[in-house]
Ligand binder design. Structure first.
Ligand SMILES: Cc1cc2nc3c(=O)[nH]c(=O)nc-3n(C[C@H](O)[C@H](O)[C@H](O)COP(=O)(O)OP(=O)(O)OC[C@H]3O[C@@H](n4cnc5c(N)ncnc54)[C@H](O)[C@@H]3O)c2cc1C
Length: 373
């Protein structure tokens, strides 16, 4: 019998497994395919603490804590597993193309102590390839990015080295509560565990329904493409309202991402990629000459109120959720793993309270189930 079984082997499931097994809680991940091949593989890997937040509130604190964990985690995982998670600390520019966007970014600059607005000329002296259409950008010097697949693989191997177990190509078909444990049904076997943690990304919805809640998950498709960045040699990430460009250490430049709610289809559409191309070429025309490398899609696990769902089921003891990370699952994986470890070790003592708890979805009533825009 396992202390805990985690349903889903994406970056969230493996981070939880790593943190649980490291602290002596014997856990297994069950993954229906191969680990890290769903939303985790599609992600650009930005640690966008300040692109994702407008003010220093509690959610910003959670994001910041997670980004900061990456610094020590990067060394810890390299030493333990030999995997370099590709942490880049060159920072991000959130750019403005209109006076209205500039106004919003100046308000953001005033809300945080460590962000700096650069006028168009200053920005162009740093990135000469940008067109005059960019009127300035907010520099977020501490927000970098990682290689999502490497992080997931390092968590996976780290958990195994700490005594964890992994079942791949094994779909969880059903979960039943018996006296003081759970029976987890996979194809040809029933596993037993003291606790069950749902970390099934965009496919988590059925487990809310199975346990008497409404489904709060909003699957949100995103498409990306990549080019060889040899010509421009961008160091910092560029983030605009309608595209971002993330330069990876190996010379790939990832351009993302489209966003379509309630779409779980896998197809990469010509329209999606061409809209991204139009947006990025309007700002970085040199990229039209860059060799095209790849294109792909993935399904973000969005939620009805735009926040992740991390904590114990509101009335079923022993069932936990760690899902709904929408477009921040890579950023939030380390803090989610640590938070789940603390919740499981110390009882449901969630300092983030209603911000993240599954119970908030019940208490706020019916309107919570209207999709947020
Ligand atoms: C295009 C795109 C760009 C993104 N960019 C960023 C970014 O720059 N920064 C950032 O922080 N985030 C980003 N994200 C979001 C991030 O990818 C997700 O939030 C994160 O990967 C979610 O991780 P997860 O482990 O919850 O889900 P997943 O990676 O989808 O993993 C869930 C796993 O559960 C498994 N599963 C489902 N049902 C079952 C079952 N019944 N039995 C067994 N296994 C099951 C699935 O096979 C899957 O492997 C991006 C997402 C997309 C799509």
């Amino acid at each position: 019998m396992f202390d805990a079984v985690i349903v889903g082997g994406g970056i969230i499931g493996h981070s939880i497994s790593y943190h649980l097994n490291k602290s002596g809680i014997h856990s297994a991940v069950i993954e229906k395919g191969q680990s890290g091949k769903k939303a985790t593989r599609a992600a650009a890997g930005m640690l966008g603490v300040h692109t994702e937040n407008e003010a220093p509130d509690l959610f910003h604190h959670f994001c910041l804590m997670s980004r900061n964990i990456y610094t020590s985690l990067s060394e810890e995982l390299l030493e333990l597993t030999g995997i370099d998670i590709g942490l880049s600390s060159f920072g991000m520019y959130q750019g403005a193309l209109t006076a209205q966007q500039k106004e919003k970014l100046l308000v953001k600059e005033a809300s945080f102590s460590n962000l700096k607005w650069l006028e168009g000329e200053q920005l162009k002296s740093r990135i000469p390839w940008l067109t005059e259409s960019v009127i300035g950008a907010l520099y977020m010097g501490e927000d970098g990015h990682v290689e999502p697949s490497h992080v997931c693989e390092a968590f996976k191997r780290g958990a195994l080295l700490h005594g964890g177990e992994l079942f791949e190509d094994s779909t969880v078909l059903d979960i039943e509560q018996s006296k003081d444990s759970f029976n987890i049904q996979i194809e040809n076997e029933i596993l037993k565990a003291g606790k069950v943690i749902i970390a099934s990304g965009s496919e988590s919805g059925r487990w809310f329904e199975k346990t008497g809640m409404q489904n709060p998950i909003v699957p949100t498709k995103g498409e990306c493409f990549s080019v060889d960045d040899g010509r421009i040699g961008l160091k910092e990430t560029l983030f605009f309202e309608n595209f971002y460009a993330v330069p990876k250490r190996d010379g790939r430049l990832i351009i993302g991402a489209t966003s379509k709610s309630f779409d779980s289809s896998a197809a990469v559409t010509a329209g999606g990629i061409s809209s991204l191309m139009n947006n990025v070429f309007a700002v970085l025309p040199e990229l039209t000459e860059a060799p095209l490398l790849d294109y792909w899609s993935g399904i973000r696990p969005g939620t009805v109120d735009g926040r992740p769902i991390i904590g114990e089921h509101p009335y079923l003891s022993g069932i936990y959720f760690a899902t709904g990370h929408y477009r921040n699952g890579i950023l939030l994986a380390p803090a989610t793993g640590q938070l789940m470890r603390d919740i499981i070790k110390e009882g449901n003592n969630n300092v983030y309270g209603d911000l993240l708890s599954p119970g908030r979805l019940l208490r706020k009533g019916e309107n919570m189930y209207e999709p947020s825009s």
